[in-house]
Design a protein around this ligand. Sequence first.
Ligand SMILES: [Zn+2]
Length: 423
Amino acid sequence: MDRGSSAVIAYAADRVLNTDPVETIERGVVLVDESRIEWVGRRADFDKLGAGRGAQLVDLGDVTLMPGLIDAHVHLAFDGGDNPVDRMNRESDTQQVALMVRSARRLLSVGVTTARDLGARGYTDVVVRDAIAEGTLQGPRLLTVGAPITITGGHCWFMGGEADSFHDVRKIVRLHHKNRVDQVKVMATGGFMTLGSAPWYPQYETEALVVIVAEAHRVGMRVAAHCHGVEGIRRAVEAGVDTLEHCSFVLEGGELSYDPQLGELIAASRAFVSPTINLRAKDFDPTFIERLGQLRRAGARFITGTDAGIDHVPHHGYPQSLPLYRELGMSTAEVIESATSLAATALGLSGVTGRLAPGLDADLVAVRGNPLDDLSALADLELVVARGRRFVPDELPEIGPLPDDLVPMTERHSFERLDGDDA
Ligand SMILES: [Zn+2]
């Protein structure tokens, strides 16, 4: 189907899985009118209502039809290869856009119908977002942040978002707003991917984060805080950010240890945790999931994101990341909720996507099997519909094992390297 042809389609499936709350309609129908969901219910009721609507019936049979999935943390401009930062720094903005189009298509090819891109150069993300929104390109609905706000020489400074003083940070939020980004990302701590940046060091005083949050919220933009180190996480929470990215509890020197007091603070706050669990999570940081499990038991709310695009994390690895959330003590239903309705709420899209309800955008996936029984069913896609438009998945490259000589990210202390001999 493409836009312009018959507009009303009834997708029938043996199981229609809704997400708020998570419940299954046996033999259900989702009626789609152009880009929107018009009706959701049982096949028997649909037949009674009559297809007086002139709907074209597409019977998908033995599949689970459900809302499209959400990845709350991706990097379209990183290629997921050996050295994505190097590639970004070599490429022109035009080349970056080409890469971003491929990344976006790969996300949609595995059923991700909404993605929040957390850092791009020169508002290339806004260009790609708009092209998808207007139908020029096919891809997930994108939320953009432009260049992450960071201190001079700080984490991901090369994307162009350096700002230090209160004046600077207020100004860059305004500049981003003027250039029509959707949200703001601030690097509350250093990171693993930037020379001269250490993940455990906070980059801003709480007061500067407060300025960023106030200025962003004033114009209706949410704030995502990249934060690895405990002190930076604490400051981000105190400043009232909306999502905590990574939240990895890194201590001085790179030691990794859950902090129960901070966990309580996070659970009591407004912030959602976007922990960036991806298919490499255990290789990169063998105890990450254990620490997140403790955070979850403290009561924190999690949404799913993968950091797709960073070293060795391809954009089409999303389905493989979801079963790992079970190890945090989440049920399959809770994981599905985190990947759909809860993520939509956290990103400010609850009136747009993440559920099957009349008036919402028709973002749908159908998978063989039943993800409520086994989340790996989400890798077995039968249908992808984004804003009512059917998408034929691209052929995707095999996801290989990690190179043998990989140094885990948690052991790469790039801060030392800035002045060290191997810099
Ligand atoms: Zn990231």
